[in-house]
Each structure stands twice: as C-alpha cells, then as structure tokens.
Ligand binder design. Structure first.
Ligand code: ADP
Ligand code: MG
Length: 205
C-alpha cells in the first residue's frame, strides 16, 4: 500500500467516526463522561484537512498522530496519537508498505499505548480490541493469507474483543470510577478502534 491508497482510507475512517459520533458518545455517557465520539470526530475532521498529497504512509500516520494529540481531548487523543506516531516511526522511509511491514508496526503502536496509558489487556480499554486483532492478523499472515483476509480476521477478532469488554469492570481510565456499574457495557475506545480497523479492511483491494 502506498500513500495514495492510504489517504482515501483515512478519509473513510474520518467519515465513519463522524457517522458513529453519537453512538460512541452514548457508550461513553454510560461509563465515562460522554465525550468520546465528539472528541474523535473533532480530531478526524482536522485530519481530513491535512493529509491530501502526503508522500509516504509514514508521513500520513505522523500527521494523523500529531493532529489527534493536539485536537482530541481526553485520554483517547494522546493514546491514539501515540499509536499513529509509533506506526509512522516503524514505517519511516518506505514508499509502500506490506502486511509484513504493518504487523510489527501495529505491535509497536499497541506497546506505545500500553506504555503511555500504563494499561494492559483485560482492563476494558481499546487494547482489548487491538491485541486480539494483532494476534488474528499475525496468525493469518503466518498461514500465508492475503492482506485483505488478514484484515478481515483482525476485524472479527476486534469485534469479539469489544463484546468481551462487556463482561468485566473497567480498571483504567475514567470508566474505572464507576466500578462494577461498567459491567454490561462495551468500551467506547475498543469500539472506535474496531470501527477504524473495519474501514481499513474495507479499503483494501
Ligand atoms: P476520557 O476517558 O478522558 O473522557 P475518551 O472518552 O475520549 O477520553 O476515551 C475513552 C477511551 O479511552 C476508553 O473507552 C478507553 O478505551 C480508552 N482509555 C482510557 N484510558 C486508557 C488507558 N490507560 N489505556 C488504554 N486506553 C485507555
Ligand atoms: Mg470520555
């Protein structure tokens, strides 16, 4: 994938987040402060004005990351921002990226979130969708599946991860303040991540 294929996918992500804004905010209303959809939509609206014409995938990810850090409030802005900047660092200098390039970059993004958020799988955060997605995509890649097949497997695993976030209370982020009242509700960040990954899968030939 080259930058000219990645940029339309970023626009598709921005459109999806705008469409899901109210749903994400509703999810965050139940267990947080009800700003996740608004935060993310604000950030991606600015992203859309900054990415056209960029030369490499790393340039795109870097601009997305810096824009999210500076425009998305709350916990999710710095965390998603860090993730996109880690993708950029890992993919720097490549005109075109393959699934084999993307998978370790995605792991670096997960590690970046985990370090910055001091968070791990099982705490009802975006990591609960991201880590299963990484595992599924790596398994598909090891079996020689195409990028499209791997991404589809990643999306399915991420949605399964979102479902699992309903089964326990949050122990990280604002949702941890509501304690056991967060049980039964899916995590907003895990949901927004999965929606974004679904747009990536949908945008791959
Ligand atoms: P805030 O919680 O500050 O209002 P948002 O509502 O935009 O920020 O984002 C909330 C989402 O951020 C949560 O649903 C969760 O997925 C994610 N999140 C919060 N804290 C952490 C953390 N320490 N590590 C990973 N993800 C986190
Ligand atoms: Mg919030």
């Amino acid at each position: 994938m080259k930058a000219n294929e990645l940029i339309p996918i970023m626009h598709a992500i921005a459109a999806r987040i705008e469409k899901e804004k109210d749903f994400l905010t509703e999810l965050d209303n139940v267990i947080g402060d009800g700003d996740h959809g608004i935060n993310m939509a604000r950030g991606f609206k600015v992203v859309e004005t900054k990415i056209d014409g960029l030369a490499t995938p790393a340039d795109v990810f870097k601009v997305v990351g810096m824009t999210l850090v500076s425009t998305v409030g709350g916990a999710s802005g710095p965390l998603y921002g860090t993730a996109f900047m880690k993708l950029a660092q890992s993919l720097m200098g490549k005109e075109e990226i393959t699934l084999g390039d993307f998978l370790p970059a995605f792991r670096a993004a997960i590690d970046g979130i985990s370090m910055r958020g001091r968070s791990h799988q099982g705490e009802k955060t975006m990591l609960d969708a991201m880590i299963p997605a990484a595992e599924a995509m790596e398994a598909a890649n090891a079996e020689g599946k195409s990028a499209k097949e791997a991404l589809d497997a990643g999306v399915a695993a991420a949605w399964a991860g979102v479902e699992i976030t309903k089964t326990y209370a949050a122990t990280k982020g604002r949702a941890s303040y509501v304690g056991d009242r967060s049980i039964g509700h899916q995590d907003p960040g895990a949901t927004s991540f999965t929606q974004m990954l679904e747009e990536v899968a949908g945008g791959i030939a």
